[in-house]
Design a protein around this ligand. Structure first.
Ligand code: ATP
Ligand code: MG
Length: 231
């Protein structure tokens, strides 16, 4: 799946005294099948940019296409866009709201109208993939640690088997061992399904060993987009 942005601009609070351009005239193409690290300082626009790729934010100006189709051209297609492009939020609590871990992971596949059997299979596989023990499935997500919550959020998105997987700071708040573990799992998942993965992080260190390409955001603009060696 090819993701393309054309003169993409996003302004928070447009027309108010607090107006802020968070994404400024960005032109990018992601060809598909690669791991792309997205780095940049706090406030450089990483989260704002990536939230456009699954139609969570609507561009203030410019457009975003998936396989050549403007995702906002026909709003009835936004649903399919959300299934194809899975997004794990920077703050995973945002996507945990069911009474059990199992139900949270099953939420996406359920919305896709899959059979109970298929949903069950996907939930268990996704949980195993991110290293959640089976007995945790019946717990409340709110009893879990921060790292485990993030794993639940990741599993919920993986269970939809999206063509594009976007992870916003999946290593935030983890110690070095936990960081490497989760990045190894993400890499293993990529090797298995060959989807596009956007990996947002504060640090080049995090992405250097895992990404094919690196996108560096700076003050709402693309500062660099190239292979790890060239950035
Ligand atoms: P971080 O590394 O801290 O997650 P980021 O690169 O993801 O930062 P964004 O969250 O996209 O950056 O924010 C880009 C800019 O937009 C910042 O100046 C931020 O203050 C502003 N911003 C983000 N969300 C909002 C909002 N809901 N309302 C107003 N301004 C916002
Ligand atoms: Mg962010």
């Amino acid at each position: 799946m090819v993701i393309k942005t054309e003169n993409l601009t996003y302004v928070y609070g447009q027309g108010t005294p607090f107006q802020k351009t968070a994404v400024d005239n960005v032109n990018l193409t992601f060809e598909g099948g690669e791991i792309i690290g997205v780095i940049g300082h706090t406030g450089s626009g990483k989260s704002t940019l990536i939230q456009h790729f699954n139609g969570l934010l609507k561009p203030t100006a410019g457009k975003i296409t998936l396989d050549g189709e403007d995702i906002w051209a026909d709003k009835s297609r936004l649903r399919a866009v959300r299934f194809n492009v899975g997004l794990v939020f920077q703050y995973p609590e945002y996507q945990l709201f069911e009474e059990t871990v199992y139900k949270d992971i099953a939420f996406g596949p359920k919305n896709m109208g899959l059979s109970e059997e298929e949903i069950d299979k996907r939930v268990r596989e996704a949980a195993e993939f991110v290293g959640l023990r089976a007995e945790l499935l019946e717990k409340s997500p709110f009893e879990l640690s921060g790292g485990q919550k993030r794993r639940v959020a990741i599993a919920g998105v993986i269970a939809m088997e999206p063509k594009v997987l976007i992870l916003d700071e999946p290593t935030a708040g983890l110690d070095p061992k936990g960081r490497n573990k989760i990045l190894d799992q993400i890499k293993a998942y990529h090797d298995k399904v060959q989807n596009t993965i956007l990996l947002v992080s504060h640090s080049m260190e995090d992405v250097a060993n895992y990404a094919d390409k690196v996108l560096v955001m700076n003050e709402a603009k693309v500062f660099a987009y190239d292979t790890v060696e060239n950035v």
